[in-house]
Design a protein. Structure first.
Lengths: 292, 644
């Protein structure tokens, strides 16, 4: 398994790492994670009063003998996890002020996380989108699936404008079973629409994590002189003396981040801000330690 | 607004530098692709407005700083109202021309001369100058060497020079003084450039003044203040001329001395004149002088001893005493020995000897006639004058002349002056002849013909003449008379102590009929007598050079053993003032203020000199703008630093 997105040295560091979802996941094999389905598993969970329609075989006769009431037995079962990575490949993701663009950074993150997840038996799926879904790899739990994902990365080119809400809603509709969703994007779009799309995932019982990737320069605008900026998506140009607006810009971008943080928090969506200046393995180590 | 240094205004082009920097400095070729302009667009709109305003303010400040600095070095001056500014603010450059001709010695009141008043006025002009102004002094006759060159800022030195200035005995040359004044102001860049002529405004002093002749490189804004210090109805009488007859006489014998006295005022005068000869008062007379009247008085004096006699005629003293005395000198001879050298067979000598000594006993000339062949070396002691009539060779007269002898060359004898290359020239036809049509009346030999009706030399006809082949005569040969074909008829050459006169024709019927004309005898007498007097002028004007020595004071002077009377120039005695209109015309292109009453000078000056210099004000404004520029640029820099 050779790919520029998966460095064996870094992979070694994450050999013993596990990722556990904070909520419940629907799986198809016995695994690390608790299944939302009761009654088929081996581990008892609780009793509940019998109601019409319950199968009689699930009645706990021992409880009936002791209390003269009908209770049905419920069991907890462990299952594997369905994880989907949604990677924004719009042109704004191609911006880089240092050696690595936001899109590359996203790819590195997806590759490493996919490896960890597949290694622990979870199924990993992948969507790449800009203003629509451009690449899709259905979830599979075999380790060989990682190669498919990595090969797909090689085909990815930053293209098109960002319209996050449309493809996100589309993906939310597609994913019938509950899953852990990682959205990797710079979120440069209408915040209300994006949050609304993210809530769609939550509404469909998905666990949602947003990796908000930004470049250092996007955060502090420290160009220090008169600069003509060209919008990567619509090629619009704007001449700005960054010496005079950097301060206000920083406030504005921090407000933008804060609004996402706030909205995500309210919608029980995990929000993680990532800067391409921090090596992705360092970031991931910190992130995994944080969620453990 | 007027600029003293208008060339500096070219510097205003530098104002375009900050404008260009402002316009093109913003443009950058550096295009940076960026993820989104979403946040920048609004911020840029908001911030840019504020920054652009500050940058525009900075640009305006920088333009104003440059503009005011350049305007300041261009020395701007505005003409303004007297009500706004008490006195002129523009710096002033002044040239004072003080007339110190002898007429300025006129005593206006007891112990106070016109020159004294002129000095007071000049000192007052300097006193009214302020720090930063400059001045220079020009005396029309700088006998004490007090004239300064270009205007000096050391006003006290100029005041000191004015104090030291004295009236001279010379005549004013205003043309030269005004030319010097204009030259000294040539490099001045002051707003007010003024030339003061403090004078008695005599017509005679200004007669030659015409600025157009000065060949000025450029006309500049110069104001003339011509201050008249001569009192109204100034009265002056002067001895115009004292002329002993022929400046020579026979001793013992009589000499008649003609005295001319003139009243230069419109008030009749009765004045006494006294003749002093050899230190003794000889005679006194009263003269009645009508308005602007002239009196000619002939005084006869008996001369006993031969030799040089000198004296003066003194007029009863008036307010201008320097021209009330006139000096003279003459030589008394026992006899003037004359040698006439004749060529064989010519008759010229006859007419000459008949003209100068018709009767030997009565003539002042002791004439001796000899053939050229019998004449050896001529001794100066033996003969005062030698006449060579058509003698062409065999005589060396150079030593004789250089030792003080006088020689008259006639006819072919002129060819003795080999360097002139003279040849005999027949006037083409007998019907055609030449006449003398130009005469230098300044020469004493024409003294008898000066007055109208006293003999016309042009009546004589010349059929044959001797003329030089060279078109231009040497500079030491002075032409005294010319024929009507412009060839010289009578020439004079000074050689050492003596002189030589040559006549370019002969006195025979073949050559001319001059010897038959009434002008012949007096002219020949005048020439022979003139040649007998040593080669110094009979009368000299103060200031002229006699034997390379300038004589400034009137009187009897002994120059290298010779007695020379020196007098003031009689023309200066006429105190008639020039009309202001003539002065204005003489100084075209300049503003001329004629101040008849010196007490009105300050008023006139103030009226002309109302200008305020903005140089200092503009520098202050520029400094304030620089301060403001520093504040605004710091504000921008701080804003940039905060954002960094």
């Amino acid at each position: 398994m050779k790919s520029r997105f998966l460095d064996p040295i870094i992979v070694d560091k994450f050999l013993n790492q596990n990722i556990k979802p904070k909520g419940l996941v629907e799986g198809f094999v016995t695994g690390l994670h608790r299944s939302p389905f009761h009654g088929f598993s081996v581990e008892f969970a609780e009793h509940r009063p019998y109601s019409t329609g319950d199968e009689i075989k699930h009645l706990d006769l021992k409880v009936y003998g002791k209390s003269d009431r009908f209770y049905v037995k419920q069991y907890e079962d462990e299952t594997n996890m369905r994880v989907c990575f949604l990677l924004d490949i719009s042109k704004s993701m191609s911006y880089k002020s240092n050696g690595i663009s936001k899109l590359e950074y996203g790819c590195y993150l997806v590759a490493l996380l996919s490896y960890i997840l597949l290694k622990q038996g979870d199924a990993v799926g992948f969507f790449a989108f800009n203003n629509s879904i451009r690449h899709f790899i259905p979830p599979k739990s075999t380790l060989g699936h990682l190669q498919t994902i990595l090969e797909e990365f090689e085909k990815i080119e930053p293209e098109g404008d960002t319209d996050l809400s449309k493809p996100l809603n589309e993906i939310a509709e597609k994913m019938k079973r509950r899953a852990l969703i990682f959205i990797i994007s710079d979120l440069i779009d209408d915040e209300q629409k994006v949050i609304s799309a993210l809530r769609h995932f939550r509404h469909n019982k998905h666990e949602c994590t947003v990796f908000h990737i930004l470049d250092e320069m996007e955060l502090n605008l420290s160009f220090g002189s008169m600069v003509t900026f060209e919008d990567l998506e619509n090629k619009e140009r704007l001449q700005v003396d960054t010496r005079y607006i950097a301060d206000d810009y920083k406030k504005e971008i921090n407000n933008f981040i804060d609004r996402y943080k706030q909205s995500c928090s309210e919608s029980m969506i995990e929000y993680v801000q990532v800067t391409t200046g921090i090596p992705y393995d360092q970031f991931l180590t910190a992130y995994l330690n944080d969620i453990r | 607004m007027i600029f003293a240094n208008p060339w500096f205004l070219l510097g205003l082009f530098t104002v375009s530098i900050p404008v260009l920097l402002h316009l093109f400095g913003k443009h950058t070729k550096k295009v940076i692709p960026f993820s989104t302009l979403r946040f920048l667009r609004e911020l840029s709109r908001k911030t840019s407005r504020k920054i652009n305003l500050l940058q525009l303010l900075l640009l305006i400040l920088r333009i104003l700083i440059l503009t005011f600095l350049i305007l300041a070095v261009s020395k701007p001056v505005i003409k303004t109202s007297k009500f706004l500014f008490k006195s002129g603010g523009g710096t002033t450059s002044v040239v004072l021309i003080l007339d110190n001709s002898f007429s300025m010695q006129y005593e206006v009141e007891k112990g106070r001369t016109a020159f004294g008043i002129a000095k007071e006025i000049a000192q007052n002009v300097i006193l009214n100058l302020k720090s930063g102004d400059s001045a220079s002094l020009i005396l029309t006759n700088d006998t004490n060497s007090v004239n300064s060159g270009s205007p000096s800022y050391d006003l006290s030195a100029i005041t000191e020079n004015i104090k030291q200035a004295n009236a001279s005995n010379l005549v004013a040359d205003m043309q030269k003084s005004v030319a010097d004044a204009l030259t000294s102001l040539e490099k001045s860049t002051e707003y007010n450039q003024e030339i003061y002529i403090v004078a008695d405004t005599q017509k005679i002093s200004f007669k030659n003044l015409l600025v157009d002749k000065l060949k000025l490189s450029k006309k500049r804004k110069i104001t003339f203040f011509i201050v008249n210090v001569q009192p109204e109805n100034a009265v002056n009488t002067a001895v115009l001329q004292v002329r002993p007859q022929n400046y020579a006489c026979i001793a013992p014998g009589n000499i008649s001395i003609t005295v001319q006295v003139r009243n230069f005022s419109s008030i009749p005068q009765v004045k006494s004149i006294s003749l002093f000869l050899d230190g003794e008062k000889k005679t006194s007379k009263f003269l009645n002088l009508g308005p602007m009247g002239t009196a000619n008085e002939v005084i006869n004096e008996k001369i006993i001893k031969s030799g040089v006699h000198s004296g003066y005629v003194e007029l009863e003293s008036d307010n201008l005493s320097v021209d009330d005395k006139r000096y003279f000198s003459f030589t008394a001879y026992s006899k003037i020995p004359v040698l006439i050298v004749k060529a064989s067979g010519n008759s010229d000598y006859f007419y000459i000897s008949s003209a100068i000594a018709p009767q030997k006993s009565e003539s002042i000339f002791d004439v001796n006639t000899r053939d050229s062949s019998s004449v050896g070396l001529i001794n100066n002691q033996d003969y005062k004058v030698v006449v060579l009539t058509d003698v062409t060779e065999g005589l060396n007269i150079n030593n004789y002349v250089e030792n003080g002898g006088g020689v008259l060359l006639i006819g072919e004898g002129v060819k003795n002056l080999a360097e002139l290359n003279f040849t005999t020239r027949q006037v083409p036809s007998l019907n055609k002849y030449l006449i003398i049509d130009w005469v230098d009346y300044l020469s004493p030999i024409f003294e008898p013909f000066k007055l109208q009706g006293s003999g016309n030399l042009s009546y004589a006809k010349f059929y044959k003449i001797i003329s030089s082949e060279s078109t231009k005569l040497p500079s030491d040969i002075k032409i005294l008379a010319k024929f009507n074909d412009d060839t010289p008829a009578l020439c004079e050459k000074d050689m050492g102590k003596g002189k030589l006169i040559f006549f370019a024709s002969r006195f025979t019927g073949e050559w001319s009929d001059f010897y038959l004309k009434p002008t012949f005898v007096p002219l020949i007498n005048q020439i022979i007598f003139y040649l007998s007097v040593p080669s110094t002028k009979v009368e000299n004007i103060a200031g002229s050079y006699i034997k390379k020595e300038q004589i400034l004071v009137p009187g009897i002077h002994n120059v290298q053993g010779e007695t020379i009377p020196v007098n003031v120039d009689a023309e200066e005695s006429n105190l008639k003032t020039i009309e202001p209109d003539l002065l204005t015309n003489a100084l075209p292109g300049f503003k001329v203020n004629f101040i008849a009453d010196p007490s009105k000078l300050n008023e006139a000056v103030e009226k002309e000199r109302i200008g305020i210099s903005l140089e200092e004000n503009f520098i202050y404004i520029a400094l304030m703008l620089i301060l403001l520029e520093i504040i605004v640029s710091n504000l921008l820099a701080r804003k940039a630093k905060q954002n960094a």
